[in-house]
Design a protein. Structure first.
Length: 130
């Protein structure tokens, strides 16, 4: 498996926060950003097993293919189902959490609003990348 994280979020500011937090932490996370679930599936399709990301992070609310739909397709796909998926969302709904767990999410985290909170989120993702 690859040693990078595929991060799908349509919010430019959130993507920038993740990138800035990685830089400030000196985290050894290589992150590739996409804007929606369809881009995730398109990105993964040509990759070999050795090139797959170590982790996929999804926002729930994205255009074209949202996080729930993407998670369901990933976990149901024979080539992608083994890749750990973390949900990072503004939704704190128990229904969303349970739905994502049912669909196969390995982790569900609430989207933070401060740099310190983003650090905590990234520290929870690092073990998946190894």
């Amino acid at each position: 498996m690859g040693k990078f994280v595929l991060y799908a979020d349509d919010d430019v500011d959130d993507r920038a926060c993740v990138q800035e937090t990685c830089s400030r932490l000196g985290a050894s996370l290589a992150v590739s950003f996409l804007q929606n679930g369809q881009e995730v599936l398109d990105f993964l399709q040509p990759l070999s097993t050795a090139e797959m990301p170590a982790l996929i992070v999804l926002d729930l609310n994205m255009p074209k293919l949202d996080g729930r739909q993407t998670l369901k397709r990933l976990k149901g796909h024979p080539r992608f189902g083994h890749i750990p998926v973390a949900i990072v969302s503004t939704s704190s709904s128990n229904l969303d959490r349970e739905t994502c767990r049912y669909l196969g999410a390995d982790l569900y985290l609430s989207k933070p609003h401060t740099f310190t909170a983003w650090q905590t989120i990234l520290q929870q993702l690092i073990p998946f990348v190894g």
